[in-house]
Design a protein around this ligand. Sequence first.
Ligand code: BDP
Length: 600
Amino acid sequence: MGIYTELYPVNNHLRHAELLDGLWRFQFDPESRGEADAWPKNGLPESISMPVPASFSDVFTDARSRDYAGDFWYETAFCVKEVSPDKRYFIRFGSVTHTCRVFVNGVECASHTGGFLPVVADVTSAVVPGMNRLTVKVNNELSETNIPCGTTVRRSDGTKRSMGYFDFFNYSGIQRSVYYMELPKRAIRDYSLVYRLEGSDAYIDYDIEADGGDEVSIAFIDAEGSIVARENGAQGTLFIPSAHLWKVRNAYLYDVVIELKQGGKVTDRYTAKAGIRTVEIKGESILLNGEKVYLKGFGKHEDADMIGRGFNYAIAKRDYECLKWIGANCFRTSHYPYAEEWYRMADEEGFLIIDEVPAVGMMRSIANFLTAGRGEAKGFFAECPDIETLSKNHKAAIEEVIARDKNHPSVIAWSIFNEAETYTELAEKYFAPLFELARVLDPQKRPLTGALEKSSSPAGCRVNKMMDFICLNRYYGWYISGGELEEAERMFREEMDAWQAKKLNKPFVFTEFGTDTLDTLHKLPGVMWSQEYQQEYMSMHFEVFAGYPAIQGELAWNFADFQTGQGIMRVNGNKKGVFTRQRQPKAAAYTIRERWLNIK
Ligand code: BDP
């Protein structure tokens, strides 16, 4: 096993995990003077309160604060009851967007680049008994050397503005939960599980990483509470006869208990859920436990009123209920890895996830959706100011997402990018080592993919050969031949015929297709932006999908309306939701529901 992001926090008599969510102190630092003025040591001089987790933007009532780009700071305090030489102390952030440095009592304990994966600070050498000051310096500027890609410009008044080469608001801040954790000095650091099925029996190859792990054990416990398999040693194979499998929308979860002993005494215990299932691509099929599965669902966003990209259980729960109601079984975490709680809930509900790294915007355009939708993309890699740094950050995201999510049964594939340049030699050179890395790192060797925009054509794309299944984002009837569904359908079929003629013998999944739709607009016959048009557009797509056996999934764009930057193409955000931003169905939701509930 490679890197680890410190396992998701659990509480038991050997491990302590305490949520630090709540109202923190917050201050913008447009002149970047916080460090020179020793804010980590002395405190934020003119702070306001700020909820954690949440994006900072939408709690403000002025545009300047909402659109702020640059450095900003968070601060809170946490209590350490006693500092023991037998323990290690951590602060674990679900994410900090996009780059950060973490200080405890003025001492820097961690720094991180990448806004959608955990930041773990080992604060052991900085903590004192009693109250401790925790300070986080954050920066949300976008560039072409970090993902997601974009640029930061200076306005005439000196303020900065982040412009994403992507179609979602650049929400930032501490958007996921923060834990204070006390772990035994010698701890279980990581584990991985790989499943093999033989008839109704399951073999589970496991690998545990623990400090001084001379006596490690692992046990699988079924839903009735019986230990069904147990092994000693850091590596080995568990055997479960007549295993209960984790199935789509019918998830069976075992409890996994990993213990570390020293001199016969248990010194650390980690508990988690596990679902036994295999994923495989065979010819044009996606197989789960050896059985064909057709993907139905959406590309989503972490996005809601007020909290922006902040994680909230009620919103996640409502989303899963809507997904169940409409007959979905899958979603893509477009365009970045989501908060870990999403995956834990998917494990329990039996949803399938295509887990995407935040590599979006590898196309130099702030109206990239238009450029991409029409297939007018221009080169990105040739002009990228520092491809090495970009690749380093992209690789780190792949490493970290696999480290974080490898044990979730819900995760069935990794998406290495969304709508990047793929049709040049440079692009091929850029992506080959990234796909290679993901293949090596994933212990379960899950399928790899990436979402291709229109310029990644059957003739021109040089990256689809690296993918195990091919994801297409297409907008026939919106960006192409908008308002003319018959013409759109002809062009759509023409492209699909060209893909079919290539005889790639791989499954295709539609990861984007959709129309902006106002929940207030009705018109018969449909016109663009009306609810009727979204319905007609969906029906046209469903007919085309039925004509191509290689199409093994349809993830509509988008689950719900979401916030974007401002522009003449966006009416307070992207309105391609099948649900509104408040998670109420538009008319097309019923069209889709009718179909999905009837696809077995
Ligand atoms: C695609 C992008 C997605 C956009 C979508 C759209 O992948 O992020 O939101 O188009 O235009 O280009 O709605």
